[in-house]
Design a protein around this ligand. Sequence first.
Ligand SMILES: [Zn+2]
Length: 234
Amino acid sequence: MELDELFAHHFLGGDKPEDYINWGVDQLLAGSDSINMALLASMDFLKPVYMQDVLKQFEKCLEELSISWPDERETIRTYSETIARRITLGEIEPRDGLKRLASLYFPSFYSEDLYAIWYGLEYDVANLEFGHTATSNPEIDLETLDTFIIKVAKQYLELLKMSLPENFLKWAYCYECQQVHQYVVKPVKGNSLLRKLFKKRHEFHVECANCTSSKITTMINYEARQKYLQLLST
Ligand SMILES: [Zn+2]
């Protein structure tokens, strides 16, 4: 495991003592002759191994290498970038990468807006597996899912490089304006017979904040984000 991945696992609470020990072993194999590194690498022989001891030894190694603990938000962002890139390079199974990226949306205090893209897609996959329709990306199906995840990963890498509007996912592509605008959530008016029958009294719909058209697709959807990128490039 690379150091940036190790840091990310630490911040996300998924680190295990052997992750640090294995990192130490890798450093020795790569030619490190540090006594502290050798101590870290040999901690596997201690039974039981305590995380606090391993961390203390790991920090000694970092100090020797003049590396300090990185910024949490930045680390997780870089980690998400690494995972997305490895998906596009075929180094990680798309479904596995999707799971890792989707998990970033909740555990981190520094959870970013953009991680919701992955969470939405993961939710879509769960829906499809239960025989329901995907909500964020209704165009997907299980047969072509891997290809779709790779496309989303490529797009995600592009988005990470840009300075997006604040609350990017509260924006939508409006087919009426043929532009990107923020959207508003409104309760559905009227009392059609169907709605009475199904007792759907509190239904909501989203509409374009600019022209009030409901022919919009929000940025949680891949195609809407593609429209956004196309608009920027014209
Ligand atoms: Zn509009």
